[in-house]
Structures are given as structure tokens and as C-alpha cells.
Design a protein around this ligand. Structure first.
Ligand SMILES: NC(=O)c1ccc[n+]([C@@H]2O[C@H](COP(=O)([O-])OP(=O)(O)OC[C@H]3O[C@@H](n4cnc5c(N)ncnc54)[C@H](O)[C@@H]3O)[C@@H](O)[C@H]2O)c1
Length: 332
């Protein structure tokens, strides 16, 4: 069944990363909305929408919508998703789901009251390397996760000239407040942080945590690295097994091989030696390594009321809860 979508927020991320995935998943952009009328008109032209609006309430009144999708920004996600749910429409929204935990909880309550799903754009679960590693960790042979370490760095792009970490927390850190517990297979329990601030706006911190399944870990985050370099690395550790993901695509799965040096017949044994994977970027296929299409495929299923692994607003509430605890400990 083709889903008629009303889309709110026609910025760079929506038009370049998300909207291109819709047609592939039998979703049709019926109407678009942006306060920037030129942005709305351009999106409508590119994706064949039949109507443009500058007020999201008017878009929600557009006849024949099956669902509403949005990539606007934290507080609009809350306000517009609740308004859509009150009209009985299911919602996909980008991260962060709201500006605060309270706001995300309001969306979750509205979703429950309407009996309609709200899906959240935590696409890092779908990036090829993270997906492979997640399947290995959940695959049965890995055993319990003992520890997770992760690094997610960025530069102070959201607050040049003005020290405000809220964009960094809401647009970046929120990803790992979802992804790291997803790898640990349990939510954070205790948390502590250490930080260094070499200059106003430049922050490096280590978040140490336990999880409620006993796993331990550290997340390194901050605003002191260039976004022109790879920013993400994760290691998930078990007993004589570990999986490492570099730059969301390169994966290495380490197990328990014998030493090689004194074995004249040493070779590589697929049963115990290290398995590595890296993509072929010259493949002329529609490869989706960041995971936007895989996410939207699951979102489309959920919006149709089918079984789906798409992250939900309940995942969004957990991530916002983790985020607010972390921000409180940082005491900036
Ligand atoms: N998951 C990811 O990889 C990823 C990447 C980039 C952005 N995002 C998220 O997507 C969201 C949008 O980010 P962006 O980079 O596209 O920002 P952007 O500023 O380019 O786009 C936002 C758009 O919303 C419009 N807008 C603002 N207020 C509005 C309102 N009241 N009604 C209708 N339209 C309104 C703006 O005019 C703009 O066109 C953010 O929440 C961000 O965190 C996610």
C-alpha cells in the first residue's frame, strides 16, 4: 500500500538524505511544509508533492495523509508530532525527538493515547558496520556483553562565537545515548564523567557507565576534532570475543585463534580467526552504508502497522533520559 506522506521541514538533511529513500519504500510525498517557502517549493518540485504549506497545522489538514514525517528540530518535533497524533496520524521524526526528556515523554504519551506509532531517526543502528556488529552480538555465539567503548567526536560547528553546547548534545550525543545501550543490550545504570575544556566551546569528556546487565563501558565525546576526519569507533567486548567498528563501516570480529608463529602449517581458520569486512565503494550499486534507506524501510513498515524493528519514541525517551543525566553530570 502506498503511503501518502505529509512532510514537515525541507532542510538539507530532509531533502538530501531522507526524502530520496521514500519512493523506494512505497511512500509518496503528498504535501510539504517549511517556513522557508523557497525550501518547501524546491522540495515539492524535486519530489512531486501536490501542495506546499508554511504552517504545519495546515499541512496536517491536507486531505488523504496516511502519516507525517519531519526533520525540523527539537521543539518542533514535539509540537508537530503531538498535533499529528491528535489527528490520528502516525509519525516519523528525526532525532532528537524533543528538546527535553519531558518533551519526549509527552510525545510517547500522545502516541499511546492515539494508538499510533512514533518512529525516531536513530539510523546509526542501521549503518552497515553497526548493523553487522549488532547482529554478531545478538547472534547467540557472542555470549554476554562485558563492556562497550565508543568514541564520537565533532567540532564546535553549532556554536561558533557563542558557547552553547545544546546543539552538540541534542544533535550529536543523543545518537550514542541510543546506540551504546543498544550494543550493550541493556540501558545505562550508573554514570560518571570526567571533562576537560581547553577553550570555551571546546570540550572533551569521558562518560563511564555501568549497565543494568552488569556490562561496563566508556564513551569519549567532545567538540575538539575536525568533522573532516572519521569520528566514530566502537568496541563491544565479550569473553574471548570482541567486535570493532571503525567509521560505521569497517568491521573486525576477533575470536580465539591459536598462535601462528610456531605452526609451520598455520593458515587462516574461518572458525576462529579474525573476520574483517569493509565495503567496496566503487560498487555501482545503491549502497546505503549510513543506513538511511534501511531505517526508512523499517519506518514504512511501522507506519503501515506492520511488525518492524524501527526505533520508537520509547527508545527516544530512554535516549533523552540518558542524555539529560549525562548533561547534568557534566555541569557546564
Ligand atoms: N540522523 C542524521 O544523520 C541527521 C543528520 C542531520 C540532521 N538531522 C536532524 O534533522 C533535523 C533537521 O536538521 P537539518 O540539518 O536538516 O536542519 P535545517 O535547518 O537544514 O532544516 C530544518 C528545516 O526546518 C524548517 N523549519 C524550521 N521551523 C519550521 C517550522 N516551524 N515549520 C516548518 N518548517 C520549519 C527550516 O526552515 C529548515 O528548512 C535536526 O533535528 C537534526 O538533528 C539528523
Amino acid at each position: 500500500m502506498t503511503l501518502n506522506i505529509g512532510w514537515i521541514g525541507c532542510g538539507r538533511h530532509a531533502t538530501q538524505m531522507l526524502m530520496p529513500q521514500l519512493g523506494r519504500n512505497d511512500m509518496r510525498i503528498a504535501a510539504v511544509c517549511d517556513v522557508n517557502e523557497a525550501a518547501a517549493a524546491s522540495a515539492a518540485w524535486q519530489y512531486g508533492a501536490e501542495a506546499t504549506y508554511s504552517d504545519f497545522n495546515r499541512l496536517l489538514d491536507h486531505k488523504g495523509l496516511d502519516a507525517v514525517c519531519m526533520a525540523v528540530g527539537p521543539d518542533l518535533h514535539r509540537v508537530a508530532s503531538i498535533a499529528a497524533l491528535e489527528r490520528g496520524l502516525p509519525v516519523f521524526l528525526e532525532k532528537p525527538p524533543a528538546k527535553t526528556l519531558e518533551g519526549a515523554s509527552e510525545i510517547a504519551a500522545a502516541s499511546k493515547a492515539a494508538g499510533k506509532p512514533v518512529l525516531v531517526g536513530f539510523m546509526k543502528r542501521y549503518s552497515t558496520g553497526n548493523k553487522i556488529a549488532g547482529n554478531i552480538v545478538r547472534g547467540g555465539d557472542f555470549g554476554p556483553v562485558l563492556g562497550v567503548t565508543g568514541t564520537y567526536m565533532t567540532a564546535p560547528t553549532y556554536f561558533v562565537g557563542e558557547v552553547d553546547y545544546s546543539g552538540f548534545f541534542l544533535h550529536h550525543c543523543v545518537h550514542y545515548m541510543d546506540l551504546i545501550p543498544w550494543f550493550a543490550r541493556a540501558d545505562f545504570d550508573e554514570m560518571s564523567v570526567r571533562k576537560i575544556v581547553p577553550q570555551p566551546g571546546k570540550l572533551l569528556f569521558h562518560l563511564n557507565f555501568t549497565c543494568n546487565n552488569g556490562a561496563i563501558g566508556t564513551v569519549v565525546m567532545g567538540t575538539v576534532q575536525s568533522r573532516g576526519t572519521p569520528m566514530e569507533a566502537i568496541q563491544v567486548m565479550g569473553d574471548h570475543v570482541r567486535v570493532e567498528i571503525d567509521n560505521v563501516i569497517n568491521v573486525a570480529f576477533y575470536r580465539d585463534p591459536p598462535f601462528k608463529a610456531d605452526d609451520a602449517s598455520a593458515t587462516l581458520d574461518p572458525a576462529c580467526d579474525t573476520l574483517c569486512w569493509t565495503p567496496n565503494f566503487t560498487a555501482a550499486a545503491n549502497e546505503d552504508h549510513k543506513g538511511y534507506n534501511a531505517l526508512i524501510r523499517d519506518v514504512a513498515a511501522a507506519l503501515r502497522g506492520e511488525e518492524s524493528a524501527a526505533p520508537t519514541i520509547e527508545d527516544g525517551v530512554r535516549a533523552m533520559s540518558n542524555l539529560e543525566r549525562m548533561i547534568g553530570l557534566l555541569d557546564l
